[in-house]
Structures are given as C-alpha cells and as structure tokens.
Design a protein around this ligand. Structure first.
Ligand SMILES: CC(C)(COP(=O)(O)OP(=O)(O)OC[C@H]1O[C@@H](n2cnc3c(N)ncnc32)[C@H](O)[C@@H]1OP(=O)(O)O)[C@@H](O)C(=O)NCCC(=O)NCCS
Length: 155
C-alpha cells in the first residue's frame, strides 16, 4: 500500500506549487477569467495552510486549505502532477483531508470547482454536493458529521 503524506510547504516550494497549478489550471482559468496571472498565485502563497503531497516519499502534488468559521475546512487548491492523476491518489488525499478536518474540529469540508473541470465529477463521486454558485465556480460541501438526531433511532 502506497503511503500518502502531507508536509508543510515552505517558500522553496513556491515554484513547484505554481508550476503544477498552472499546468493543470491555465486553460480553465483562461476560459473563466481571461488569462493566467502568475503574480496572483505567487502573492497569495503563504496566506493559507499549504502542503506538499508525497506518495512513498515522491513529491506528487500541492494543496492548500484554511479553517473557516463555523467549523468548516475550506479546500482552496488541490493539484496533482499530471503523471500521477487518475491512479487513486486524489481519493486518498481527500480521505486524509477529511480526517484532518475532523481532528481540527470541523464538521464539514467545502471547496469550489469549475463545473467544466473533470475535478467537479471527482468531487461528486466523493459525495460532495453543490451548495451555491460563486461567479462561474460552484461551491461544494460534504458534511463529515451526521446531524444530531438523524441517526437510526431503533433500539
Ligand atoms: C482532481 C484530482 C485531484 C483528482 O485526483 P486523481 O488522483 O486524479 O483522482 P482518482 O484517481 O482518485 O479518481 C477517483 C475518481 O474520480 C473520478 N475522476 C478522476 N479524474 C477524472 C477525470 N479526469 N474525469 C472524470 N472523472 C474523473 C473518477 O470517477 C475516478 O473514479 P474511477 O477510479 O472509478 O475512475 C487530480 O486529477 C488533479 O490534480 N487534477 C488537476 C487539478 C484539478 O483540477 N484540481 C481541482 C481543482 S478544484
């Protein structure tokens, strides 16, 4: 079983984080926002909790998230290098992140996706539900804790 781990990103990881995000997202960002701007990405680096993702010690991706008010973990960016996509790593990352959320006291995980990004179907498959539109993005949410009183009431 391949071990997937998260290590806090440092400023030395900025180029990797930028390059993997640009390689994956440039055409979508171009379509939705009219062009990729590296400065926007670079100036935002360090504002959230940022991690490099490893699989058996090999660097395979980058993610960032924040812990929001009302017990939500907001996944702000998740990017795997192209060679490592479609092999189940994203699913493992999301399961681990849901555990991180629960350990951080969060009750739900939220994220934003372009509906024309294949990632949108990836999140749907992991039971993330649409909540609202934000511009051309769709906000998605998964409750990680059963609402009180919704459990099986049978003796
Ligand atoms: C989105 C991403 C994190 C998913 O991780 P992944 O490791 O590629 O996904 P998995 O291999 O775990 O896929 C799990 C399921 O998601 C779905 N899925 C994944 N990629 C898909 C794609 N390109 N098109 C359609 N469905 C897809 C499939 O249903 C797959 O199930 P299967 O194994 O039965 O085929 C990864 O592909 C990625 O980094 N993409 C580019 C960046 C991006 O779009 N990030 C999200 C920004 S919101």
């Amino acid at each position: 079983m391949i071990e997937v781990t998260f290590q806090p990103a440092t400023i030395g990881d900025l180029d990797f984080a930028h390059d993997v995000t640009k390689a994956n997202m440039e055409s979508l960002v171009d379509k939705h926002y009219g062009g990729w701007d590296s400065e926007i990405f670079k100036s935002g680096f360090g504002s959230n909790l940022e991690y490099i993702i490893f699989a058996d010690g090999e660097k395979i991706g980058f993610m960032s998230y924040s812990i929001e008010e009302d017990r939500k973990l907001f996944l702000r960016n998740l990017q795997l290098v192209k060679e490592k996509q479609g092999q189940g790593f994203g699913t493992i990352v999301m399961k681990k992140l849901e555990n991180v959320a629960l350990k951080s006291g969060c009750e739900s995980l939220i994220l934003a996706a372009f509906p024309d990004n294949p990632a949108y179907r990836f999140y749907k498959g992991l039971k993330y539900l649409d909540t609202e539109s934000r511009g051309t993005l769709i906000m998605m949410k998964k409750n990680l804790i059963e609402p009180r009183g919704s459990g099986d009431q049978s003796p």
